[in-house]
Design a protein around this ligand. Sequence first.
Ligand SMILES: [Fe+2]
Length: 167
Amino acid sequence: MIMGTTSKTRRTEAEVTSFQASPELSASLQQVLVDLIELHLQGKQAHWNVVGTNFRDLHLQLDEIVDAAREGSDTIAERMRALDAVPDGRSDTVVATTTLPEFPAYERNTGEVVDLMTTRLYAAVGTMRAARGRADDEDPITADILHQLIEGLEKQAWLLKAENWKV
Ligand SMILES: [Fe+2]
């Protein structure tokens, strides 16, 4: 007859818990989410309406920024769900809460678009760096995710702003 074993290491059912984001971390990630959604939308507006010298390179480069912002927003929203937070990606919420400056309407020349989108990349990155600071203490895993996304967007900002540099 097989006897039950007595374990000193097994957790009881009640001892198993999951990590949940604090309200502060959830709010930080929500702010990152809306800024990345807005960056994605502004990037497409720029992609469609840019004109002038070096049009084709910039038109294509803007889609790389759009892809990074869109994929980043999905990563952040899904990380929020994994931590039992509830992302709000509704357009009304994005307009009401994004930190990015408004993007101007109509056609824009390439030099202006470089400056506009560089500023908006750094606005989103600023929000992400602040969120990463909060995550560092509370949840290093989320901090790592933010770290990767910040690295990618800061590289995009450099690739973009260098277009307007003169030596
Ligand atoms: Fe396109």
